[in-house]
Design a protein. Structure first.
Length: 178
């Protein structure tokens, strides 16, 4: 593994309407862990869902996993609670970055929070610009990435949906979506 003093951390953003944003981020996280990097994954939406990616991460002793959130916020009955929860999760994200313990952090589905106006894109971009260590890799996923976050990122990928199983009444499938 390249020493921190010789590494330039990359900021990746995976956004768009298509499938694969989180899956791609987890693939990169597993790759980094395979090289011995210490990784922290913080999920904003999944909450109590049991997922295959979290189960797989437990096979690594250098991945710390936090599945947080109140579930799928587009079905919310309590937007004030969702805002409060998202702000608390964002505080945890900042704490993990400031700890300098991790070589890579993944903020899964954080872009939804900017899309809903719960955390501003400028706040996230300012934190990345001012506080992310130069050597730390960071991945932010979710639809509706804020323009400020896109601007500060090194690599931005927009997933485009061409076709989705849900359109044919096929619900979230184990091993594919979770």
């Amino acid at each position: 593994m390249k020493a921190r003093d010789k590494r330039r951390g990359i900021v990746l953003v995976h956004t768009g309407e298509g499938k694969g944003k989180s899956s791609s981020a987890f693939g990169v996280a597993f790759r980094a862990a395979g090289w011995g990097m210490k990784v922290c994954v913080i999920q904003f939406i999944k909450g109590k869902w049991k997922t295959g990616e979290e189960r797989a991460a437990k096979q690594f002793d250098n991945i710390e996993w936090h599945a947080l959130g109140d579930g799928f916020t587009w079905d919310t009955k309590n937007p004030e609670q969702d805002i409060k929860t998202s702000r608390e999760i964002w505080d945890l994200c900042k704490e993990k970055v400031r700890s300098h313990e991790f070589d890579m952090v993944v903020f899964d589905e954080i872009n939804y929070c900017t899309g809903y106006g719960w955390i501003s894109g400028e706040e996230i971009a300012a934190f990345i610009r001012d506080e992310k260590p130069d050597w730390m890799h960071m991945i932010l996923t979710g639809r509706n990435a804020a323009p400020e976050v896109v601007e500060i990122a090194d690599t931005v990928t927009e997933m485009t949906m061409v076709k989705h199983a849900f359109q044919n009444d096929i619900l979230a499938t184990q091993g594919i979506e979770f």
